[in-house]
Each structure stands twice: as C-alpha cells, then as structure tokens.
Write a protein that binds this ligand. Structure first.
Ligand code: C2E
Ligand code: MG
Ligand code: MG
Ligand code: MG
Length: 293
C-alpha cells in the first residue's frame, strides 16, 4: 500500500487501508448478526483423551462460521468482532445451547457420558445474568450440569475486583458445572488466581505444549505447572499437542488430558463419536509402549 500511495499526503497514505478494514469488520458484523437465523453457524467438537484410561472423556465445542461470500472464517477473526459489537452474548448463548443439546443427543444415542466444554467470553458473564442463562439451558436441554465445562480466560479478570469474580465463579460452580481456565500460559498467568478461584481444570496453552519433546526447560516448567495444579485439586488439559512424542512426554509429566491435532482437529458433530472411538482404539494399541516411558 505504501508504495502505491507514495507521493500522497500522510493522512491519505493510511486512510483507504484503514477504511477498508473498518468496512470489512462492519460487513462481517452484519453477516454475523444473521448467522444464527441463516444457519451458517456450526459447533465443531475436538476430542480430549484421558491419558491414563485411554478414553475420550470429553469434547470442546468450537464455533465455525461460513460467511456467505467469503467461505469459512476463523473464530480468531470473528470472535473479536462479535465481542466488540456485543453480538457475542447471542452467539455465546447459541453455542452453549447447541453444545448442551448435542451432548444430550449423544447420551440419548447410548454413547458413553462425555463432557462438553464451551468457551465463554467475559461479556457473556458480565453483561447478562449468565448464571440464570446456564441453568435455563441445562434445564431446557436436559444435559447434566456435571458434564458441562465452562472455559474462561484471564481476560475475565480485567476491570473487576477479585471479590466480584470470585462470587460469580462460585455461583456458576454451584450449578454443578465445571470451570476451566483456558489458555493458561499465554497471558499473565497469575498463580494467585489459581489458588483462590474455584477452577476445576487448567488448560495449558499450546505455546507451552508445542516443542516439549525437544525443549527440556519447557518440559520442566510444564511439569511444575502440572504438579502445582494437581496439588490444588485441578485437572490439567494440554492443548495443541501435535506430535506423538509430545503425548509421551505429557504422559510422563502426569498430565491428565490431551487435546490436539495429534488425535484430531475439531470435527462436525456427526463425526465426533466415530473419531472418539477410533482414538480410543489407537490409544489402546499404543498403551503398552507409553507405559514403558
Ligand atoms: P481455544 O478455546 O483455546 O480453542 C483451542 C483452539 O486451538 C481451537 O482453535 C483449536 O482448533 C486449536 N487447536 C487445537 N489443537 C490444536 C493443535 O494441535 N495445533 C494447533 N495449531 N491448533 C490447535 P479455533 O477453533 O480456531 O478457535 C480459536 C479460539 O477462538 C478459541 O481458542 C477460543 O478462544 C475462540 N472460540 C472458538 N469458539 C468459541 C466460542 O464458541 N465462544 C467463544 N467465546 N470463543 C470461541
Ligand atoms: Mg477453549
Ligand atoms: Mg485454549
Ligand atoms: Mg482462546
């Protein structure tokens, strides 16, 4: 852009590009607003393998959106737009209901009970009576609260007193749902929060997981985080494992669950049970090898 615009005034140098970006956001926002009714929104599911039992004990629900003109758009792009426009409250409610409905359908189909994790944005928690929303969705779908896990990130802690955060999380916890701290290690990662807030589960960001098979210092750090979490009574999920060697290291570090491309990317709901079954078969075959480590 700079080269093309060279010679023009400074303000003009950046304005067209900026306007285009704003335009695109507005356009995405407009389409996103209709996505729920248009049926272009989907939840995909990524399996989580319990390394000790070799069972897929849960799935994380991840939003997928197909833009009418542009095709599939990554949540990394549209979630921030939804968050800044307030649309996330509706989207978030949609995915929560959809995930619980799906989880119930899997139970009704006779599949083994598996948890469903749903990502929750701070705006959902602070802008509406989220606790009531969750309990209404659980009642409406008949999905057991104990199988629902709400994934929250550190961005929840911004601008609120610890007392307020603690009260809110405790209320959610009292519904019977589990609470996970997502993306641990990607931000400030305050250990204080872990000791004082009622998280059941810690999800270690893939920045901490990728490369552990070749980086001893990363391995030590992760081992420490896992030991600390266990000491606090939390389950640890490693996100983003891509290599079998990383899974072996995670098992050796006593990590509880692994979620990553090494097993499966997020898949459509109708594929998820089949993918889970095939991961379990493979884990069963691989187990004797893994135990030797
Ligand atoms: P997240 O909650 O940390 O979800 C995990 C992300 O890591 C997913 O990206 C998943 O596809 C990706 N991932 C899993 N395993 C691997 C791996 O082995 N390698 C690599 N490179 N990536 C892996 P996705 O689906 O693109 O979602 C990105 C983020 O968007 C999520 O990160 C979450 O913060 C947000 N998001 C997605 N769905 C929702 C939603 O329904 N509500 C809210 N509030 N946020 C959502
Ligand atoms: Mg998540
Ligand atoms: Mg994460
Ligand atoms: Mg995230």
């Amino acid at each position: 852009y700079m080269a093309k615009e060279a010679g023009r005034g400074r303000a003009q140098l950046f304005e067209p590009v900026y306007a285009q970006a704003v335009d695109q956001r507005l356009d995405l926002g407009r389409h996103l607003r209709n996505a729920v009714e248009a049926g272009t929104l989907q939840a995909h599911y990524q399996p989580q393998l319990d390394l000790r039992s070799g069972r897929v004990t849960g799935f994380e629900a991840l939003l997928r959106w197909t833009h009418p003109g542009r095709g599939p758009i990554s949540p990394a792009e549209f979630i921030p737009i939804a968050e800044s426009s307030g649309l996330i409250v509706d989207l978030g409610q949609w995915v929560l209901r959809e995930a619980c409905r799906q989880g119930r359908a899997w139970l009704d189909a006779g599949l083994p009970p598996r948890s469903v994790s749903v990502n929750v944005s701070p705006a959902q928690i602070w802008n509406v009576d989220f606790e009531t929303t969750v309990s209404a969705v659980l009642a409406e779908t008949g999905f057991p609260a104990a199988l629902l896990c709400l994934e929250l990130t550190e961005s929840l802690f911004v601008d609120h007193t610890e007392q307020r955060i603690s009260r809110t999380l405790t209320a959610l916890s009292c519904l019977g749902a589990r609470l996970a701290l997502d993306d641990f290690g990607s931000g400030y990662s305050s250990l204080g929060y872990l000791t004082r807030l009622p998280f059941d589960c810690l999800k270690v960001d893939r920045a901490f997981v990728g490369g552990i098979s070749i980086a001893p210092e990363k391995r030590k750090l992760l081992g420490g985080i896992i030991a600390l979490s266990h000491g606090l009574g939390m389950t640890v999920v490693a996100e983003g494992a891509e290599l079998p060697a990383e899974v072996d290291v995670l098992g050796g570090l006593d990590c509880d669950l692994v979620q990553g491309f090494v097993f499966s990317p997020p898949v459509a709901a109708d594929e998820a049970p089949l993918v889970a079954a095939s991961i379990e078969r493979e884990a069963c075959r691989a187990r004797p090898k893994r135990n030797r480590l």
